[in-house]
Design a protein around this ligand. Sequence first.
Ligand code: NAI
Length: 372
Amino acid sequence: MNKAPMDMQGLLIEELSVEGYEKVLKVSNPEAGLTGIICIHNTVLGPALGGIRLYPYPTFEAALTDVKRLARGMTHKSAVAGMGLGGGKSVIIADSKKKTKELLAAFAEAVNLLEGVYTCAEDVGISPSDINWIAKHTPYVVGVEHEKSSGNPSPFTAWGVFRGIQATLRQIYGSDSVEGREIVVQGLGNVGGCLAELLFWHGAKLTVSDIDWDKTLKVATKLGSTACPAEDVLSISCDILAPCAMGGILNAQTIANLSCKGVAGSANNQLLNDADGDLLREKGILYAPDFVINAGGLINVAQELEVEGYHPTKGRHLVDKIYDQLIHVYELAEKNQISTSQAAISLAEYRVKYEIGKRGASPVYHHALKNG
Ligand code: NAI
């Protein structure tokens, strides 16, 4: 592939020793304004894939804590979804207003040095056009715009959450129909907005809520649903609460006020602490572990790496399996009398330990072949 010219001299790589992680690199290029971390948690099942988060972390330690948590989460997500991929993530410590082409190119060169052990993708603070630019400097990236690209991941994430809600309803009521079920969607962005539409068309009794009240009213009017102020959404009595906004919303304080039968949404890191999974279990609330139910976007984009290239029908078919994966997690939790989040983590760790779902063929970077 053709790489745009890049002065490599300024790139500094420092390997940090972090227990439980395969490789953690501090990458910097003072000239390009780059300070970042590439964190590879585990590559037993395949090369690591995970997004780049660009965020103005207050300290390097805060960035390291975040990237470690995110990379481990990717190992779990890929293992349960059976993607033949490992877990990794990267962060760039910067204000999005100071994001420059030089900074992104310098970061891409650092990714390049890992020779495919880590493949990067979009995350908070990184746009599709940033990904296209990064792809000019490294082939190890997915989500690049080209004729066989997987495109926007959110509709696939939303479809996976919809199937996860069905599985959760089946576990609670013995029927997976959403028709007439009271479902609350918190956060009406890319995923939540799409999920609300799917639920509408399948006959759910919807309540919608976003911190942006205009957006809440707009969606509520369009879908004939109830609009709920952001501050009240967690205590509404309903069948399913679908958190599709931010993480950490399930904690000792909020769980005490929950009045739902199940929690099944897309938000990452919904539990503030691992112990919050036990609190939900004690309260009799069935929780769909976030990294299982929200894997649709990853499952879809990962198809870009297959020899045969991306195809939306295959993406949809694989995302559909989230239903069965969740049922399996629920059965494990019941059998072992543990929380569903603990069951999902144990399942992921078991699959890594016994190399279940390990990648056979090497990933193919079709966009790089095309440009080469
Ligand atoms: P988004 O940024 O498009 O939408 C988030 C929405 O939540 C916005 O409308 C925002 O106004 C709203 N919001 C923020 N704080 C809120 C609050 N306190 N109460 C109610 N609403 C609030 O994000 P997107 O892409 O829809 O993602 C939603 C969640 O799902 C995030 O946690 C994300 O990490 C996670 N996720 C998304 C995936 C994707 O494919 N987009 C894949 C996997 C996870």
